[in-house]
Design a binder for this molecule. Structure first.
Ligand SMILES: NC(=O)c1ccc[n+]([C@@H]2O[C@H](COP(=O)([O-])OP(=O)(O)OC[C@H]3O[C@@H](n4cnc5c(N)ncnc54)[C@H](O)[C@@H]3O)[C@@H](O)[C@H]2O)c1
Ligand SMILES: C[N+](C)(C)CC=O
Length: 491
């Protein structure tokens, strides 16, 4: 049994209340760890430590190349511990071990990327309109950052925040999801090993409504970066208004995958499956909303059904498994409710829509890969984020119709389309209102390119150069080399 505590001001500490929480493996409901369960006071103490480290410590004033070297070193430690971290992630989330390994490779690269980027900004010189003067823009670290992450990609989403914040010279208080804290705790141990000064990296554990809300509300926090659901994101935004802290939000998505009749059929088909069933559909950018041009509809549905029947559902540690369990009983209930409503609204259930019957899957939160046809734009299952292994198929006849429908939700995270027509590629890329648009591909993200949502899918961008800039304030420094009295108020 793993036992873990919080990390505050360079010390591993229990919750002040002494409370702990059992962490469950969603594949079999076994208790895998006992971790400290912090409260608001634990959050306050961590914020105070981060505040001291920022205001009085060396970190924000450490030369950027030295900060970058430490961030890079953390990437090397993640690479060294790849297998252990991947195993922890699979234990905690149920995703297949191979998917967890991909995450760890990605994460090591994120730290190395931001480590390298830390000293690349030399400021900017502005052409001043005033004679004998200079005008310079410099970027400085924002300050103390609260970083709240979700359960579906626990360490990946934490790293998108941690690496650029540290590279920029900020101090951080991380709060992983209370149900999947293990890899965030492990990377905190690695940050300690790398040698980050006390108070620069802090990790608090516990419920969002307590520990997370304190981070969002605290006047001592300068920036809150949140990844999670829209409802919680709005709460965070409201809470942050108290001291007008900077807010970065990565929220949910309803991501259309649009297949035109001239698409490369086999590849598009394969990416419909990849787009939804990786991590059992628990991906913000899951392409669960499949829109297919009418002439291709029947062929696609038939081929999809054949492929879906062959998906092996099972424990993420079994190398044959291609899809693990859902994260919790509550989350599976939510997916089931969406499936029931879809049927009531007239969608046609082709496959799945139930828990698997196999004996060896009874202890986990498994759900069968599910396929609906006959879906329409007004259905709840088409408009809302299900976050489960459920595909809805809609037919369309014209490009304009596909665009209008794809854009018709409150979300704007990502969208993809498949066609060989170069003119259509240009038109569609412009018309789709999403933070990421994939052309003849789906669900691709990498460290070098920014990620974030239009509309209610979020605020700000993570990754790439913009991901670093989120953690900086821009200061304009103006110097007059030949100042003279103005005498407006008399000499
Ligand atoms: N846009 C992206 O890049 C991205 C990436 C991953 C996940 N997501 C989204 O995350 C959601 C799934 O994650 P989830 O179920 O963990 O989300 P959630 O909103 O329930 O929780 C996210 C985090 O917020 C904390 N929290 C809960 N209440 C809080 C409060 N009042 N104040 C502060 N923090 C609070 C939780 O403890 C958790 O750490 C999905 O909607 C998914 O689309 C988005
Ligand atoms: C952003 N991404 C795709 C890594 C995970 C979303 O849940």
């Amino acid at each position: 049994m793993i036992e873990k505590r919080m990390y505050v001001d360079g010390q591993w500490v229990d919750a002040r209340s002494g409370k702990t929480r059992s962490i469950i493996n969603p594949a079999n409901q076994e208790v895998i760890a006992e971790v400290a369960e912090g409260g608001r006071e634990d959050s306050r103490v961590a914020i105070a430590a981060a505040r001291r480290a920022f205001d009085q410590g060396d970190w924000p004033r450490t030369p950027a190349n030295e900060r970058g070297a430490l961030v890079y070193r953390l990437g090397e430690l993640v690479a060294r511990e790849r297998e252990e971290l991947a195993r922890l992630e699979t234990l905690d989330t149920g995703k297949t071990l191979e998917e967890s390994r991909w995450d760890m490779d990605d994460i090591a690269g994120i730290f190395k990327y931001y480590g390298g980027l830390a000293d690349k900004d030399g400021g900017e010189s502005i052409a001043s309109p005033v004679p004998d003067s200079s005008s310079t823009l410099v970027r400085e670290p924002v300050g103390v950052c609260g970083q709240i992450s979700p359960w579906n990609y626990p360490l990946l989403q934490a790293s998108w925040k941690m690496a650029p914040a540290l590279a920029a010279g900020c101090t951080i208080v991380m709060k992983p999801s209370e149900i999947t804290p293990l890899t965030t705790i492990r990377i905190t141990e690695l940050a300690q090993e790398a040698g980050f000064p006390a108070g620069v990296v802090n990790t608090v554990l516990g419920e969002g409504a307590e520990v997370g809300a304190e981070l969002a509300e605290s006047p001592q926090v300068d920036l809150i970066s949140f990844t999670g659901g829209i409802t919680t994101g709005k709460q965070v935004m409201r809470a942050a208004s108290g001291n007008v802290k900077k807010v970065a939000l990565e929220l949910g998505g309803k991501n259309p995958n649009i297949i035109f009749a001239d698409a490369d059929f086999d590849t598009a088909l394969d990416y419909v499956l990849n787009g939804v069933f990786f991590h059992a559909g628990q991906i913000c950018s899951a392409g669960a909303r499949v829109m297919v041009e009418e002439p291709l509809h029947d062929r696609l549905v038939e081929a999809l059904a054949q492929r879906i029947k062959r998906i092996v559902v099972g424990d993420g540690f079994n190398p044959d498994s291609r899809m693990g369990p859902l994260i919790s009983a509550e989350h599976r209930d939510k997916v089931e409710r969406y499936v029931e409503v879809a049927q009531r609204e007239g969608a046609n259930l082709v496959l799945g829509g139930r828990r698997p019957e196999a004996d060896h899957l009874q202890d986990g939160f498994y759900y069968e890969p599910t396929l609906f046809t006959g879906c329409s734009n007004d259905m709840k299952i088409v408009q809302e984020e299900v976050f489960g292994p459920v595909i809805t198929i809609e037919k369309f006849s014209t490009e304009d119709e596909a665009v209008a429908r794809a854009n018709s939700t409150i979300y704007g995270l990502s969208a993809g389309f498949w066609t060989r027509d170069p003119d259509r590629i240009q038109r569609m890329s412009r018309a789709l209102r999403f933070g990421t648009v994939w052309v003849n591909d789906f669900n691709v993200y990498f460290t070098q390119a920014p990620w974030g949502g239009y509309k209610q899918s979020g605020l700000g961008r993570e990754l790439g150069k913009m991901g670093l800039e989120e953690y900086t304030e821009v200061k304009h420094v103006y110097q007059n080399f030949n100042a003279k009295p103005l005498n407006w108020f008399g000499a």
